[in-house]
Design a protein around this ligand. Structure first.
Ligand code: SF4
Length: 466
């Protein structure tokens, strides 16, 4: 029996669908999403969670290090960052990280290998070459890294020198993700991030010459002063750099949460919803025509890239850093605001540097909030991650894995997909359901139908779906 009730289809064009389903929806880098985390530490027990995650036979580790410093603020930015030009801020922060590692490693099963390390920010290249070398040592000394561990770093092409690249390479970094966002001068002025394309070319050239094997470029649609024609030139500029991967994010305008974004309302230069949607359609068409594969929400990769291969082999995973090819790893986050993910739940460090530091001074793990997954959360998480990564649900396989009859247990959720089926976004298959190629931009809308917490949070927390 079809899980979808009778529904009269309404044929819709691509743009109409984008308009129809563009309401605020989580990006599902976690389930439940971080706005449901609790600051009642006793309720989710971070130390018990750490112990449970490190029993004999525990899987590999993926480390995330948040390096929050930036030389200036880009007004669109939603990251947790600290704007300063004082280089010694990073020395004190490295002391903090050393302290946090020392407090955490006693919990960690020393048999576990690190398969992934990601330096995010903020601006990791705020750190000098010497500071980056110290950072590498802080993590390489206590942890056992797999020989083929994937080490990646976010790069600001405005702040990148050859000695920093050499230090990153020594640390084992071979993947770099460059924040470009847009190459149009008027857009760059409007977002307070002046970054002439020559800087991007220089960064890519330096990284490739140093031996970096994978370059990702981040773009954003929906920034002030952007139009379809300016964004077309941005795409030309970045395609000329032949990146291995591209991320095309949709700007999330949440001035209530990010006060620096209020300036865009004063400027009145944000593009309209339709213009933004056309940019997204243009990006997809141009990148597919250039030979890239649409890996998942916002992400494109060359067909021979690990992400594209993992997509074909249905081995894609999703965590707070986006899509990943490393299976079964617990994510351990270090630094302010960093989120850790284990099979049982999530824990997040304090966002305030002063509080983070004062907790460390008391030799206490600097955890502010978290979430302990219930058995029902774990089941729904599995369904949502299958949709986000594999773009399908196989009812028999999931029923066996979860020990329930998926079609019966989630009959209401499956019935709620009727409009998406009528619009060609999902379709029934002999084994379950699948998100169609045309439905890919709406994958998180499909996932949201299985989110039992969705309407308990603040809508302003989530960005628009497309
Ligand atoms: S976009 Fe990057 S460089 Fe700009 S403020 Fe945000 S973290 Fe800093």
């Amino acid at each position: 029996m079809s899980p979808f009730p009778c529904y009269v289809p309404t044929p819709s064009s691509g743009i109409e669908l984008l308009r129809k389903y563009s309401g605020p929806v989580p990006r599902y880098t976690s389930y439940p999403t971080a706005n449901h985390f609790s600051d009642d530490l006793a309720a989710f027990g971070p130390e018990a969670m750490l112990k449970a995650d490190n029993l004999p036979g525990a899987g590999p580790l993926s480390l995330y290090i948040h390096l929050p410093f930036c030389q200036s603020r880009c007004w669109f930015c939603g990251c947790t960052n600290l704007v300063t030009t004082r280089q010694d801020s990073a020395d004190a922060y490295l002391d903090d990280l050393a302290h946090e590692i020392a407090l955490t490693t006693p919990f960690i099963n020393s048999e576990r290998a690190v398969t992934q390390l990601h330096l995010g920010g903020g601006t990791p290249t705020f750190l000098s070459a010497a500071q980056l070398r110290r950072l590498g040592q802080l993590f390489h000394d206590p942890f056992r890294f797999d020989a083929d561990a994937e080490i990646s770093v976010e790069i600001d092409p405005r702040h990148l020198e050859p000695d920093q690249i050499a230090a990153l390479y020594e640390m084992g970094a071979r993947r770099a993700s460059l924040g470009v966002q847009d190459t149009d001068p008027a857009v760059q002025l409007a977002i307070h991030r002046v970054q002439p394309p020559a800087l991007n070319e220089r960064a890519v050239m330096l990284l490739r010459n140093a031996g970096f094997t994978s370059i990702n470029i981040d773009l954003i649609t929906g920034l002030p002063k952007q139009t379809v024609s300016t964004f077309a030139r941005t795409i030309d500029d970045v395609l000329a750099l032949a990146p291995n991967r591209l991320s095309v994010f949709s700007y999330a305008h949440v001035p209530g949460l990010k006060p620096s974004q209020r300036i865009f309302d004063q400027q009145g230069t944000l593009p309209g919803a339709d213009e933004k949607l056309r940019m997204q359609v243009l990006a997809k068409e141009r990148l597919l025509a250039a030979g890239y594969v649409e890996v998942g929400m916002d992400h494109y990769a060359r067909p021979d890239d690990e992400l594209a291969v993992a997509l074909r082999e249905q081995a894609l995973h999703r965590n707070f850093q986006g899509y990943s090819t490393r299976a079964g790893a617990s994510v351990y986050g270090f630094g302010i605001s960093a989120i850790s993910t284990t099979a049982d739940g999530y824990r997040q460090n304090h966002k305030s540097l002063a509080t983070y530091r004062s907790m460390l001074a008391k030799s206490t793990l600097p955890i502010e909030r978290g979430y302990l997954l219930t058995p029902e959360d774990k089941r729904r998480k599995q369904l949502i991650m299958n949709i986000m990564c594999e773009r399908k649900l196989n009812f028999a396989a999931l029923s066996q894995e979860l020990g329930i009859d998926v079609e019966t247990t989630y009959a209401n959720e499956l019935a709620s997909l009727a409009d998406l089926e009528a619009d060609g976004i999902v379709e029934r298959t002999p084994t379950g359901l699948t998100v169609t190629e045309a439905g890919l931009p709406f994958v998180r809308v499909v996932a949201a139908r299985f989110d039992a917490h969705l309407h308990k949070g603040r809508a302003a927390y989530h960005s628009r779906a497309v």
